[in-house]
Design a protein around this ligand. Structure first.
Ligand code: TPP
Ligand code: MG
Length: 327
């Protein structure tokens, strides 16, 4: 396995993990005041899928979009500014954590309606085809999105119109705290997609190298024949559905799942491989970690400084008298 590729994938996953760990910390200290859906434990999907894409490929995402935005090389400072509701944020402070855009990076947005961006991806795929490019639209959706009618209508239309869309079902087994088996009579996502005429395959979503290689191969096929494909990436959310907790305990998710999946943490798996297969691997990992953590510190300090300046300014402004017409 290529040494530079492994180190690049590790850098991207470590960066996403630690941005989100920092978001957790700031949230707990009430610095970030909006719902945050973290991808801790699922980083190999975003990174493995998006590393082989081009800037000119488009990406549409879900409520759990930080990792997709960063995997698509969206600007980190503008994402964190958005979480602090600053006008320098990637949605000018109006969208928040679930509405991330960076058109220059090919990140065309994300949204809170489960399954909502999947039909948009089909439209975007059609636009790419009509423009006679060989670019692809990557459409992320969770297993909860597979519960939605819009998902099936989108697969049908994508296959009927032959559009270059790569559907990625990020299957973490849960929609909030309800498991897939309690929601779907048939859980085989690959079989469902094939029944609509969409070629599909399932991968181990915690093995970033498997995700990367599969995605690279599938993207080449889509560019060649302009037909949609679907990849199901089976993974696990090590954090809560929303916010900084874990959803373990209180009967929300069984603790055995955490014990089973923790050794399969995607960062841990790749770090182990690098330590064994790359000469001076441990040294390389330390260098990456140091450089990424310093960048994250800089970015959060910049956002917090800007946020505090605004708060101070607003405190100094004289309180406005009430408007008599509205009292
Ligand atoms: C149409 C719609 N129904 C319900 C919700 C409430 N909701 C928000 S996130 C979520 C879970 C989605 O699960 P999944 O698609 O598997 O994504 P995950 O959270 O696991 O990443 C639900 C049901 C919503 N936002 N939109
Ligand atoms: Mg899910």
């Amino acid at each position: 396995m290529d040494r530079d590729l492994m180190l690049m994938l590790y850098q991207r996953m470590f960066r996403i993990r630690n941005v989100e760990e920092r978001i957790k910390h700031e949230y707990q200290h009430r610095n970030i005041r909006m719902a945050v859906h973290l991808s801790i434990g699922q980083e190999a999907v975003a990174v493995g899928v998006l590393a082989p894409t081009r800037t000119t490929d488009c990406c549409l995402s879900t409520h759990r979009c930080h990792a997709h935005y960063l995997g698509k090389q969206g600007d980190l400072q503008r994402m964190i500014d958005e979480l602090y509701s600053l006008d320098t944020g990637c949605s000018h402070g109006y969208g928040g954590s679930m509405h991330l855009f960076d058109k220059q990076a090919g990140m065309w947005g994300s949204g809170a309606i489960v399954g909502g961006s999947v039909p948009m991806a089909v439209g975007m795929g059609l636009a790419l085809k009509q423009a006679q490019t060989d670019n692809v639209c990557i459409s992320f959706v969770g297993d909860g999105g597979v519960d939605e009618g819009a998902f099936f209508e989108s697969l049908n239309l994508a296959a009927l119109l032959n559009v270059p869309v790569l559907f990625i079902v990020e299957n973490n087994g849960y929609s909030t705290i309800t498991s897939q088996r309690l929601r779907q009579a048939a859980v085989d996502v690959v079989a469902k997609a094939r029944s609509f005429g969409v070629d599909s395959v399932s991968v181990d979503g915690n093995n970033v190298l498997e995700v990367y290689e599969t995605c690279q191969r599938v993207l080449e096929s889509i560019r060649r024949d302009q037909r949609p494909r679907l990849i199901e990436a089976v993974t696990f959310r090590l954090c809560a559905h929303v916010g900084p907790g874990s959803d373990f305990g209180g009967g929300r998710r069984p603790e055995e799942e955490l014990e089973r999946w923790t050794p399969r943490d995607p960062l841990r798996l790749l770090a182990q491989r690098i330590e064994h297969e790359v000469s001076e691997g441990v040294q390389h990992l330390h260098e990456i970690q140091e450089q990424v953590l310093a960048e994250i510190d800089r970015v959060f300090e910049t956002a917090k400084r800007h946020f505090n300046e605004i708060n101070e300014r607003e405190k100094l402004e004289a309180p406005r008298p009430p408007d008599p017409s509205r009292v």
